[in-house]
Ligand binder design. Structure first.
Ligand SMILES: *Cc1c(COP(=O)(O)O)cnc(C)c1O
Ligand SMILES: [Zn+2]
Length: 395
């Protein structure tokens, strides 16, 4: 574990006190020691297995519960997608999303340094995750949400009893503003793509690669919003490559909702930077970031790995969500269903081949969403009529 930060774009190293950004404006990430040996802590559970690649050592309590999620071979989705599909089920985390990986590392670091308060800017999974980890560790917690947050999400965040503050105004600017205020008030803001969070979130991909050893999968598909998780995926591959522990490089393929797709637009246009868009409404609200702080880094990740960034519309997302439930028994968040729709597009375009082994990262659980509609066609029968009803359907 090293304590220095590094910029992927200008190859500059910074001390940890430098914060989250390089002078060039791009986000920094933690350097690692290139002597990592994947076998060394292989018998440990959760993120502890990757402690040699993380900026923290001590994971206990709730922080020890992150990671180690199932990787499920879902062969009934192969025909839907047009390639061989596995699903990495991140919904199995304590708060139902991969955000727990980043929160675990962030909170473990805050505890190791004897600090007492954390915060985040989020109206969804990250807010729940940071609030839960703060509660378990006995830390104060500030959660900044937009003024128009839906009450059901406020209730889920509120059960962990953080200090919730509704902020009226340009929510996009809060990312930088919160970090600046936090430095003054000693609140460590664990926002979407800060170095600690990205370090934790790279473990999704470390686990996927380990599960396929001695090979590696052909592609990993994940939804992209801020670009923090995507950056973590790229960092995982780079760390493993640097240590001589990457069998082959999976294509990193990212998916956005068509109504708000700045990274996919930049990929299509062949630009190196990501320009903000005027985001429209989408059912995949968890990934509707019109000005992603790690957008350019996600773009670089897709290009470096021979991957792609695509967008899918709400009808495709809805259908994919249904297919995941009916073809794989998985209840995934709407944002996560984009991965199946995206894989289908990529296979149709020839980016993914029919016998490619493709991992969809189901980033969050669908059980927190109330989008399911009751099946009105379900019959209602008296107990005495059950025999005949079942016989009519199954005999
Ligand atoms: C946060 C989130 C994403 C997007 O991750 P980024 O790191 O912001 O790109 C995707 N899916 C779900 C369910 C999320 O909570
Ligand atoms: Zn730089």
């Amino acid at each position: 574990v090293t304590d220095s930060l590094w910029c992927y774009r200008c190859d500059e190293t910074y001390p940890r006190s430098a914060g989250a950004r390089c002078d060039c404006g791009e986000p920094l990430w933690f350097d690692v020691d290139p002597t990592y040996d994947p076998a060394r802590h292989a018998d440990e559970s959760g993120l502890g297995r990757y402690r040699d690649l993380l900026p923290v050592d001590e994971l206990r309590g709730l922080t020890s519960a992150a990671g180690g999620t199932p990787l499920i071979r879902t062969d009934r989705l192969d025909d839907v997608a047009g390639c061989r599909i596995w699903v990495k089920d991140e919904g199995e985390h304590p708060t139902g999303s991969f955000k727990d990986r980043g929160s675990a590392v962030g909170v473990a670091d805050v505890l190791a340094r004897g600090r007492t308060a954390v915060g985040t800017v989020s109206h969804g999974n990250m807010a729940m995750s940071v609030a839960a980890h703060a509660a378990a560790a006995g830390l104060d917690c500030a959660v900044l949400v937009p003024a128009d947050i839906p009450p059901e999400r406020l209730a889920i965040i509120g059960q962990y009893d953080p200090e919730i503050i509704r902020v009226d105004g340009d929510y996009g600017r809060l990312y930088e503003v919160s970090i600046r205020i936090g430095e003054r008030l000693d609140i460590d803001f664990l926002n979407s793509d800060v170095p600690l969070r990205v370090a934790g979130q790279k473990t999704t991909t470390l686990e996927v690669v380990d599960a396929f050893r001695p090979d590696a999968p052909d592609a990993i598909v994940m939804p992209v919003s801020s670009g923090g998780h995507a950056s973590g995926a790229w960092k995982a591959l780079r760390d493993l490559r640097a240590c001589g522990a990457l069998p082959s490089t999976p294509k990193l393929c990212f998916v956005q909702a068509a109504a708000c797709d700045p990274v996919a637009t930049a990929f299509r246009d062949g630009t190196e930077t990501v320009s903000p868009v005027t985001g429209g409404e989408t059912i995949a609200y968890s990934i509707a970031n019109a000005d992603p702080p790690s957008g350019a880094r996600a773009l670089a990740a897709a290009r470096d790995t021979d991957g792609a960034v695509v967008s899918v519309d709400d009808d495709e997302i809805r259908e994919a969500r249904t297919r995941l439930a009916r073809g794989a028994g998985l209840c995934v968040e709407t944002a996560s269903a984009t991965t199946l729709a995206g894989a289908r597009r990529l296979a149709a375009a020839g980016v993914l081949a029919p016998d490619d082994r493709v991992v969809l990262v189901a980033t969050g659980s669908g059980f927190k969403e109330s989008t399911a509609t009751a099946d009105a066609a379900a019959p209602s029968v008296p107990l005495a009529g059950l025999d005949a009803t079942l016989a009519a359907r199954f005999a």
